[in-house]
Design a protein. Structure first.
Length: 481
């Protein structure tokens, strides 16, 4: 009887204080999906000490260290923690709420997202990390961009405007010195400024990623060493038999770009596409398609992907902004434009499938912070869309696990379930290799070796809902893509 009471008390303590346990953590008799590409391994025991995996093997052979916290993994599936490789809201960028970025943390973690690539970083990344270290609740790992570097007339207020090569070099120098993990480039960067960024980043040993600027062809960006390309920008154009003609035209309205892309997709040329994709592979160019945000913007008119059941977790000021942006889009676009928009998304799915089959490296990213793209929740939508595009479930999982680790140069420490790796893990009730939607069947999250059971995750969501219900004192101003 005493033993049973102690078990109940331990369960209560763990649910209330998910990071309090200091001893070894053992997940016994679980099916391990290690994300290396190997088949699922049933009946395994995983031993974690501190923040590292120290043993993995058949449950009959691996013993739990004395004083271990034991988790019964029978009927469950263990995968590496997920990364969302395109998010916003991790700096004081336009669209930030009164709560700053912290309202997003529990939403990411409750969905098994243990890390993010923040695509609009703060002015001083080193100072941000010092401040972030003082945050006393669980939060995702963060890989930080510089602020957005755009052309002389930036799309978003607060971006860094560069009009020429000298300004571009100065921006790279400043943000490399300030501790950014990489430089973020955007649509309006002029050609000479772009190639100055290329040269300066190579000199300083820092990577650059982001949008393919309007003045640059996608194959030029790949050859220049742009590490990742977001939103499929320019890819359909580069695979078109009419690339030269379409690239030369100047476009005034957003709908013009959609019509250009539809024409590019209608003139898809297999040999050109094969050469382009082989170029991506050779150059190590990653693609982050952000299918879920593309779908959101291309379906504002019907609202079928808004997932209003998740709105309760979003601060009221952000909800109001999303509503306004969707209403503005409805007013600005004609019925013909919406029809073109709906035709565009299936073509994007095809393009992602073609690139995957050609061996192009894919990253899973949601572009959360945009309307009806939700922290944490929408990363799972992205995984399902990658499968819809033609990736096997294992490949989709790898786009959010070992792929991000390789991209960040951290594959020796993250991304798979192997001895010596960080213990950032997700325990699922159902098999994601059988159905990728099972990635949402989260029973527990392990962050840095500390267990957050389902009760703790539910408590985090309840707290996020309560925070979101508070009226804002400073409504957000805009979002970014």
């Amino acid at each position: 009887m005493q033993k049973c009471v102690r078990c109940v008390l331990l369960s209560i303590l763990l649910s209330l204080s998910p990071l309090a346990w200091a001893g070894p953590l053992v997940i016994r008799r679980v099916t391990v999906i290690d994300a290396t590409g190997k088949p699922a391994q049933p009946g395994m025991t995983v031993v974690i000490e501190q923040d590292q995996i120290v043993a993995i093997g058949p449950w009959t052979k691996v013993k739990a260290p004395a004083g271990s916290q034991i988790v019964d993994g029978r009927g469950k599936f263990l995968i590496p923690g997920l990364w969302d490789m395109h998010v916003h809201g991790f700096s004081t960028e336009p669209g930030s709420t009164e709560e700053g970025e912290t309202w997003m943390y529990p939403l990411h973690l409750a969905n098994g997202v243990v890390g993010v690539r923040a695509m609009w970083g703060p002015e001083n990344a080193s100072a941000w990390r010092v401040q972030h270290a003082k945050y006393d609740k669980p939060s995702p790992n963060v890989y930080l961009a510089s602020p957005i570097i755009d052309g002389p007339n930036p799309t978003w207020p607060g971006s860094v405007a560069v009009a020429d090569a000298a300004q571009a070099r100065a921006a790279v120098d400043r943000y490399q010195a300030n501790g950014a993990d990489f430089i973020k480039v955007y649509d309006g960067v002029p050609r000479d400024a772009y190639f100055a960024i290329v040269d300066e980043t190579h000199k300083l040993g820092i990577s650059f990623a982001g949008h393919v600027p309007d003045a640059i062809k996608v194959e030029e960006a790949s050859d220049a060493g742009q590490k990742s390309m977001e939103h499929l920008q320019g890819v359909a154009l580069g695979a078109s038999s009419e690339e030269e003609t379409l690239f030369a035209v100047k476009y005034a309205q957003p709908g013009d770009f959609m019509r250009r892309d539809l024409r590019a997709e209608a003139t898809y040329d297999e040999p050109r596409a094969a050469a382009l994709f082989a170029r991506f592979v050779k150059n190590g160019t990653w693609q982050c398609p952000t299918l879920v945000v593309n779908r959101s913007y291309e379906h504002f008119d019907d609202g079928i992907f808004m997932h209003k059941e998740w709105l309760k977790y979003v601060p009221s000021g952000m909800r109001d902004l999303w509503k306004k942006m969707s209403e503005d889009n409805l007013k600005q676009r004609s019925a013909q434009t919406w029809d073109e928009s709906h035709r565009e998304f299936p073509e994007e799915l095809k393009l992602v499938g073609r690139m995957y089959r050609a061996g192009v490296a894919i990253l899973a990213g949601s572009d959360t912070f945009n309307p009806y793209v939700y922290p944490g929740f929408s990363l799972h939508e992205e995984l399902s869309l990658l499968v819809e595009a033609g990736l096997p479930p294992m490949a989709a999982l790898q786009a959010a696990t070992i792929g991000p680790a390789r991209f960040m140069g951290q594959a020796e420490r993250r991304g798979t379930i192997e001895v010596g790796k960080f213990a950032d893990l997700v325990l699922l009730d159902r098999n994601p290799l059988a159905d990728i939607h099972n990635s949402t069947s989260i029973r527990a999250v392990i962050l840095g070796g500390k267990l957050m059971p389902r009760a703790s995750l539910d408590a985090m969501l309840a707290e996020a809902e309560a925070t979101a219900a508070k009226p804002p004192s400073n409504p957000p101003g805009s979002t970014t893509n």
